[in-house]
Design a protein around this ligand. Structure first.
Ligand code: HBI
Ligand code: FE
Length: 283
């Protein structure tokens, strides 16, 4: 569990303290940025690439949240707030419900280029901020935060967390030019950016809210199933309903494993699951 450091606010925010980043840390951002730009054009959703441009997140060192927030405020009214690391669920949801995205202020170490267990500033800002500049996606994320707060009262946090995982973190979107990636966990990883779209291993399944809410996920490696939306409007529309009856049904439904397929699934690609490195932990 994350401990609260002395001096933190009750909302867990801390000053970004942008002046304290070292030249090495700024260079590390630029390196991570350059690696992603090698793989993202033609793979990332247009809205993501547009957000990167609009927010001027190009490799000029770690972004200053004050500058970034001025741009975001004008575009969608979202802002980024700095936090020390993972924050408790209710704090996380409360921020989202108020159009604030909590971002780790620290950057990973050079020996952690490809994997970190807690979200750092590169994952949080490079991965998440561009879509905060999209009005529909921004509304979806706010609705998700409000739904998160309600889910805690209904004992359904696990169900809702899966929705976040399979959309905000690991979502794919269909376009006339083919599938694109938009989930922050994918677009901030060079290897998964390619794997999620091009590997024959994972299943790719059409978005189905209730189905996703039943589905386990892995936190230690590439996903074994990805879910495909048609548009951010579809995502937002799915959150417009009351989840309480869904949670009720799910309470008695059998949970689904990471590779399970159901007769009703809209299977876009049946993966051969040839890439499986470790036993699947139950999440
Ligand atoms: N805290 N900083 C931070 N970032 C997250 O993505 C995050 C969190 N706390 C909780 C949390 N995510 C999850 O519980 C939700 O995605 C469900
Ligand atoms: Fe994330």
């Amino acid at each position: 569990m994350t401990r609260r450091a002395a001096g933190d606010q009750s909302d867990w925010t801390v000053p970004q303290d942008w002046d304290a980043y070292t030249p090495d840390e700024h260079r590390l951002w630029d390196l991570l940025y350059a690696r992603q730009l090698e793989v993202l054009p033609g793979r990332a959703a247009d809205a993501f690439m547009r957000g990167l441009d609009r927010l001027r997140l190009h490799g000029a060192g770690i972004p200053d949240f004050q500058r970034l927030n001025a741009e975001l405020a004008a575009l969608t009214g979202w802002s980024i707030v700095a936090v020390p690391g993972l924050v408790p669920d209710e704090v996380f949801f409360e921020h989202l419900a108020n159009r604030r995205f909590p971002a780790g202020r620290f950057i990973r170490r050079p020996d952690q280029l490809d994997y970190i267990s807690e979200p750092d500033i590169f994952h949080d800002v490079f991965g998440h901020a561009p879509l905060l500049a999209d009005p529909v996606f921004g509304d979806y994320l706010q609705a998700y935060g409000a739904g998160g707060l309600r889910s805690m009262g209904l004992n359904a946090l696990d169900n809702l967390a899966r929705l976040y995982w399979y959309t905000v973190e690991f979502g794919l979107i269909a376009t006339p030019d083919g599938l694109r990636i938009y989930g922050a966990g994918i677009v901030s990883s060079p290897a998964e950016s390619v794997f999620a779209l091009e590997s024959a291993s994972p299943h790719r399944i059409g978005f189905d809210l209730e189905r996703i809410m039943r589905t386990a996920y892995r936190i230690d490696d590439f996903q074994q199933s990805y879910f495909v939306i048609e548009s951010f409007d579809q995502l937002f529309a799915a959150t417009a309903q009351d989840f309480a009856p869904i949670y009720q049904r799910l309470a008695s439904a059998a949970p689904l494993g990471v590779i399970d397929l159901l007769p009703g699934d809209d299977v876009r690609q049946r993966g051969d699951q040839s890439y499986v490195t470790r036993a699947v932990p139950a999440v």
